[in-house]
Design a protein around this ligand. Structure first.
Ligand code: SAH
Length: 437
């Protein structure tokens, strides 16, 4: 923990932009389309097998094991391409830590649980959550906790290890194994790294995904007079080394993902990988308990064309210099809800400012302001708060969504002891106002 943190001060200077915001695009036509290794790889692929889906394009650009943007970049923070809430203010992770403890208590204080983060970035969020777990050690003392990180990026997994683990204890590495790295956190908990959720052991778990689902590949479709047609990526015949969007001449298999009967929009994006992950999470939670907290920018099945790129905190043309910019699409929470298939209950989406307010962000801010000695530290805390909460900034565009076992929302006591009188389930923090007792 660095000195700034110990004094309860926000960790980084507040940057001017974040990824969920749309900016007026620079004139990128004027920007030369640098022949990146990724562009060469994609043009070769398209020349050999024909135009590719946007989902395949996104997957190659972001997570191709040799050249993918996520695999070898540290894209987060002021010097990177975008900034995320945990990097803006420690309060964000602290309140999420309280959410997990609150859910662990409300669901019957299981003797052990796994904290599983999907796409942990620089490890900052898990670090802040673990600090809260340590501070509330008296509550969690009898509980056996382990940390499980699902991360495709070699570069970021190294940064996560630096953030979270004790330098003196060497990490175990095995690139060939499903668990490619293992270590011990600064607070003494076992931590393991995986490339895929399916490799994380099953067992009572609390899952966290912050700005993870928006990085998963989407298929894009356009309504035409002949019906839905998938948007593909092709090489521009007029300009060498330039990519362009085209429409598939006939129906493609991915069209099955569109809900034909009630789709009023004329452009839709569908993310089958998100559906698979939600199904897996739902089955796990229904089977072994726990919960999933998903936070991202997104919509409830209302938005159309949200696919965009970010480089250096600016909007970036998604087809220019692939591999040098982040690609992202808004999360469709209505699709996530459908993919849970009723196996678990879902809550939300609720706006970030509502969730954090319900979690007690104002109380926590005041405590940190009282502790901060320097005016500049107070200023940073207030700026961080404004960034997270202001409806014009991250307050409304970012949303929280949760998956919980059905019995959590109905009658917690019923499951444990049918003879006891029924007590109503306690409210879910963040989605209801948290009562401080
Ligand atoms: N949660 C972090 C980082 C968000 S960026 C934060 O809020 O600061 C997205 C993260 O997801 C990165 O860590 C990236 O490497 C990871 N990621 C992207 N696609 C992934 C995939 N298919 N599987 C696992 N991790 C992925």
């Amino acid at each position: 923990m660095n000195a700034l943190l110990r004094r309860g001060v926000a960790r980084v200077g507040i940057p001017c932009v974040w990824r969920g915001k749309r900016f007026s695009s620079r004139d990128e036509a004027a920007e030369s389309n640098r022949g990146t290794p990724m562009l060469r790889h994609l043009t070769y692929k398209i020349k050999s097998t024909g135009p590719i889906t946007v989902a395949e394009y996104m997957k190659e650009v972001l997570t191709n094991p040799a050249k993918g943007y996520y695999v070898h970049h540290d894209m987060l923070g002021e010097k990177g391409d975008f900034i995320t809430s945990p990097e803006i203010s420690q309060i964000f992770g602290e309140l999420l830590g309280i959410w997990f403890i609150s859910e662990w208590m409300a669901s019957g204080k299981s003797p052990a649980f796994q904290l599983v983060e999907l796409g942990p970035g620089r490890g900052t969020l898990t670090g802040d959550i673990l600090r809260v777990f340590s501070q509330l050690g008296s509550v969690l003392k009898a509980c056996d906790i382990s940390i499980h990180l699902v991360e495709v990026s070699q570069k970021l997994s190294e940064i996560q290890a630096l953030t979270l683990t004790e330098e003196k204890l060497p990490l175990e590495r095995d690139a060939e194994s499903l668990v490619y790295m293992k270590g011990v956190t600064k607070s003494g908990l076992p931590v393991s790294w995986y490339r895929d959720l399916k490799d994380v052991p099953k067992g009572c778990s609390f899952y966290l995904a912050h700005e993870f689902f928006d990085a998963l590949p989407v298929h894009k479709f356009q309504k035409t007079s002949q019906g839905w047609r998938e948007v593909l990526v092709d090489i521009d015949p007029q300009v060498p080394d330039k990519l362009r969007f085209v429409l598939a001449p006939c129906a493609t298999p991915a069209e099955a993902f569109i809900r034909q009967h009630d789709e009023g929009r004329d452009h839709v994006e569908v993310c089958p990988d998100a559906g698979i992950i939600i199904q897996d999470l739902s089955e796990r939670i229904a089977l072994t308990g726990g919960a999933a907290l998903i936070a991202d920018y997104g919509h409830d099945g209302t938005k159309a064309d949200t696919f965009r790129g970010f480089r250096g905190h600016q909007l970036h043309d998604v087809l220019i210099a692939p591999g040098t910019a982040d690609l992202t699409a808004d999360v469709d929470f209505s699709y996530l809800r459908r993919m849970a298939q009723g196996k678990v209950a879902s809550l939300g989406p609720v706006e970030q400012r509502t969730f954090l307010k319900n979690m007690g962000i104002d109380v926590r801010l005041q405590v940190l302001l009282d502790k901060a000695d320097e005016p500049s530290a107070k200023q940073q805390l207030l700026q961080g708060y404004d960034m997270l909460m202001n409806p014009q900034k991250m307050g409304e565009r970012f949303n929280f969504f949760a998956l919980l076992p059905h019995q959590r929302l109905h009658d917690a006591s019923q499951e444990r002891n049918a003879c006891q009188s029924k007590t109503p389930a306690s409210p879910v923090a963040g989605f209801d106002e948290l009562v401080w007792q």
